[in-house]
Design a protein around this ligand. Structure first.
Ligand code: NAD
Ligand code: ZN
Ligand code: ZN
Length: 362
């Protein structure tokens, strides 16, 4: 089969590799029909995630058809269409029993495209198939459910639920990439009073408004702290969601949260941030962190099925699986291409070789 193989920092290739085989009775092999690329894949390619060893197939988000199951798999069978989530769950460890699958100690957690071969491929071996795959309702297209593999549960669980957003709250979302935008989309399920998006890039702020942010602050040209305090009678926001992953934006969230409020950190950080306890000790703030668990995937799937959420708006560019390398170039150059998520499809994609520049509308 063909797959996108990581060969060390800066090196990747769509090449022929051996087909995956069942190696444990709890495995399934899935034929990938749609996949996508995550910002985390770009981090891996920069060499920021050293656990990923050269030779690993990348990718942790996909939809596909089960083609083979191990002897112990009982809930999915050959022919089932399934969502392959970024988180795999052993279903048996202490954390899986608490639905905290991201912390799985039984061999699951984030393993696909990380510590085992991933899903930017024609076929993929999925460990713990019974507890890690989600059957896709027949009436939904791949593209309707694909972003349930990572960004929607991530932003919903680690941003919105950890932030404890309640009706009427003022919510600041720092960073308006796919994760920040998915946080805007799922925060709206809780009817916040106001959503304030903060980013440095004008096209991203325009997207944030299109996704439902009430206000957009460009912290490259404006003092975001002063503006947020002015908007909240000097108090700060009820919930600040960090969706970038750098010290400045975490520290910004800690500055704009009101006394008694919550900072929900979603960003993956590579450097230490300063925790200003000399200011925060008296403010009774809650700071939450975490990897997505994906316990909310069935609920989000139901919201999509019932028409309450439409995740297809994240798909800005479409490619055939065989053009995955070109898709990386477009996704990795989002400042130029305005890409949010690219869809990699096993089916033919009309004009896949000529992606147009995405128009930005507000
Ligand atoms: N916790 C989890 O489980 C989890 C899962 C997936 C992704 N993530 C992380 O979430 C973060 C966001 O992911 P993404 O795919 O949306 O990333 P992205 O790079 O596409 O978007 C980040 C956004 O932040 C903006 N930004 C950069 N510097 C800024 C600054 N100083 N102030 C304000 N805005 C700034 C950028 O313009 C961009 O729009 C990343 O760190 C990613 O690794 C976490
Ligand atoms: Zn991801
Ligand atoms: Zn487990």
């Amino acid at each position: 089969m063909k797959a996108l193989v990581y060969h060390g920092p800066g090196l990747r290739a769509w090449e022929t590799v051996p087909d995956p085989r069942i190696t444990a009775p709890t495995d399934a092999v899935v034929e990938i029909t749609s996949s996508t690329i995550c910002g985390t894949d770009l981090h891996i390619l920069k060499g920021d995630v050293p656990e990923v060893t050269p030779g690993t197939i990348l990718g942790h988000e996909a939809v596909g058809i089960v083609v083979e199951t191990g002897a112990a798999v009982t809930t999915v069978e050959r022919g089932d269409r399934v969502l392959v989530s970024c988180i795999t769950s052993c279903g048996r460890c202490r954390y899986c029993k608490e639905a905290r699958y991201g912390l799985c100690t039984g061999g699951g957690g984030w393993i696909l495209g990380h510590t085992t071969d991933g899903v930017q491929a024609e076929l993929a071996r999925i460990p713990f198939a019974d507890t890690s795959l989600y059957k896709v309702p027949e009436e939904l297209t791949d593209e309707q459910v694909l972003f349930l593999a990572d960004i929607l549960p991530t932003s919903y669980e680690v941003g919105v639920l950890n932030g404890g957003i309640a009706p009427g709250d003022t919510v600041a979302i720092v960073g308006a990439g796919p994760i920040g935008l998915a946080a805007i989309m799922t925060a709206k399920l809780y009817t916040p009073g106001r959503i304030i998006a903060i980013d440095l890039a004008t096209p991203r702020l325009q997207k944030a408004k299109a996704f439902g942010a009430d206000l957009a602050i460009d912290n490259g040209v404006e003092d975001a702290v002063a503006r947020v305090l002015e908007l909240t009678d000097g108090l700060g926001v009820d919930v600040a969601i960090e969706a970038v992953g750098i010290p400045q934006t975490f520290e910004l969230c800690a500055e704009i949260v009101r006394p008694g409020g919550t900072v929900a950190n979603v960003g993956v950080h590579g450097k230490p941030a300063v925790l200003h306890l000399e200011k925060l000790w008296i403010k009774d703030v809650t700071i939450r962190t975490g990897l997505v668990d994906t316990f909310s995937t069935p609920r989000l799937l139901e919201l999509i099925r019932s028409g309450r959420l439409d995740a297809t708006v994240f798909a800005t560019h479409r490619f055939e699986l065989g053009d995955t390398e070109q898709a990386y170039d477009v996704f990795g150059n989002a400042a130029e291409t305005n890409a949010l998520k690219v869809v990699l499809s096993a089916a033919p994609v009309p004009q896949a070789r000529a992606p147009r520049k995405e128009a930005v509308t507000v």
